[in-house]
Ligand binder design. Structure first.
Ligand SMILES: Cc1cc2nc3c(=O)[nH]c(=O)nc-3n(C[C@H](O)[C@H](O)[C@H](O)COP(=O)(O)OP(=O)(O)OC[C@H]3O[C@@H](n4cnc5c(N)ncnc54)[C@H](O)[C@@H]3O)c2cc1C
Length: 413
């Protein structure tokens, strides 16, 4: 009988591993604890707002090559939409200035020489210190490598790194920031086009993957939580689902694609990142005004990014731990006041929902980054995957998918 690969967790890491292995004709079974796939990247019908929303707005960039390959594999590439060139609109709520950053397509950063494409109030030379962020010394925080002040920082670096690292940037790992900068800003505008799942995360990233897996004969078992793993000296022997035990044959393997705290509870002694940062999203059921950009960066407000979807405006606030205990109604009103100011919509609060993901990502500090384990383990048939494993990237869709691809490669050997 052909060896079976058990994938535990149907988030993007688990799904990408399942896609890679099933494409090679390997026999795969996916076990997911909850009743849905997608993990931290999913859509659901929300009764309070009366529509389908995403757990959080997710932004991809055109340089996210593994994510785009994944979408091509499941036939959903066209469901991500974005402008033909790299453009980011901003508003400063302090000064009420509005501007659009326009990166040129090629690798040479000609845009810094264009006063209508770069950050207002800056000169080309102001961008030079950013070069230090490309190959920083090991173990340093961003604040130890570049000066965290001035208009280039406040209006470009801070919003970019806050969104990508989900941490106050000066405390963030310079190594992870460097990976983001190398794969985006330094790779030229062609790698920086902002892409969003206009129809929602699940219809774009999750449902097409499940359909493809089903066509390839992969079973996905929902509400099938692994409660314990039975280890022999050098291999996993069985998966315990509580009341049901699945014994592994000699060539069977396991890809554990669960969050770090779940992995640590299943593997004694596993060192994993154990500090997290929250992301707060506010969703408002209202038609965006004509001309509202799909994504708008907001400075000097509580709002950081304003996303416009059909019939809905949504706000993202990264590293949002300070807002976890704010009463929901108060938060909705504060955020809506800013959105009304930005868009010119009436001040009256439309139907809303606040989604606070407390453990949205691991805290991207140098110390937490050092705790990320590689994919291989001491057990020859157990491989780890997830955005928190040592991908070299912050906790992102791209990182999660690359980790799943890597786990599939190791397992398929
Ligand atoms: C609000 C928010 C906004 C974000 N914004 C962005 C963004 O703009 N751009 C971006 O690139 N990334 C963003 N991210 C990060 C991105 O969502 C994650 O990096 C990615 O989804 C992680 O995927 P994963 O498969 O590693 O983990 P998860 O999605 O956590 O998947 C793990 C799965 O394992 C399951 N599981 C857990 N324990 C068990 C068990 N014992 N047995 C079986 N199954 C189990 C879980 O139920 C879950 O389905 C955001 C995240 C959040 C929360």
């Amino acid at each position: 009988m052909a060896a079976t690969i058990h994938i535990v967790g149907a988030g993007l890491a688990g799904l990408s591993a399942a896609l890679k292995l099933s494409a090679r004709g390997r026999q795969v079974v996916v076990h997911e604890a909850t009743a849905f796939a997608g993990g931290r990247c999913r859509s659901y019908h929300d009764a309070a707002i009366g529509m389908v929303i995403d757990n959080g707005n997710h932004l991809l960039l055109s340089g996210n090559r593994a994510a785009l390959d994944y979408l091509r594999d499941v036939g959903a590439e066209q469901r991500l939409i974005g402008p033909p060139h790299a453009e980011f609109s901003f508003i400063d709520l302090g000064s009420r200035e509005r501007w659009t950053l326009r990166f040129n397509d090629g690798r040479l950063p000609l845009w810094v020489f264009n006063s209508r494409g770069r950050v207002p109030g800056t000169r080309a030379l102001d961008y030079l210190p950013l070069a230090r962020l490309l190959w920083p010394p090991a173990g340093k925080a961003v604040g130890e490598v570049i000066g965290c002040d001035g208009p280039v920082y406040r209006r470009l670096v801070e919003p970019l790194l806050l969104a990508a690292l989900n941490i106050d940037p000066p405390r963030g790992s310079a190594k992870l920031a460097a990976a983001v900068v190398r794969e985006t800003l330094a790779a030229g505008g062609r790698a920086c086009r902002p892409l969003i799942a206009r129809e929602g995360l699940s219809p774009t990233l999750i449902a097409p993957a499940l359909a493809t897996l089903s066509q390839r004969g992969v079973a996905v078992h929902f509400e099938h939580q692994v409660r314990a793993i039975a280890f022999a000296a050098d291999r996993v022997e069985a998966l315990d689902f509580g009341g049901e035990t699945v014994a592994l044959a000699a060539d069977d393997a396991v890809i554990l694609a669960v969050p770090p705290y779940a992995a640590a509870s299943l593997i004694r002694g596993l060192v994993v990142p154990n500090e997290f940062r929250a992301i707060v999203n506010a969703h408002f059921r209202i038609a965006p005004p004509a001309g509202q950009p799909p994504i708008l960066g907001v400075l000097n407000g509580a709002v950081e990014w304003l996303f416009a979807f059909p019939g809905r405006l949504s706000v993202t606030i990264s590293a949002g731990d300070r807002l976890i205990d704010t009463p929901r109604e108060e938060l909705a009103k504060t955020i809506w006041n800013e959105v009304a100011t930005i868009t010119g919509l009436p001040a009256e609060l439309p139907p809303w929902q606040i989604v606070r993901e407390r453990r949205a990502t691991f805290a991207a500090t140098p110390a937490q980054d050092a705790k990320r384990p590689g994919a291989a383990t001491q057990w020859r048939n157990l491989v780890l995957a997830g955005d928190w494993t040592a991908t070299g990237l912050p906790a992102t869709i791209e990182g999660a998918i690359r980790s799943g691809n890597r786990a599939a490669e190791l397992t398929a050997r």
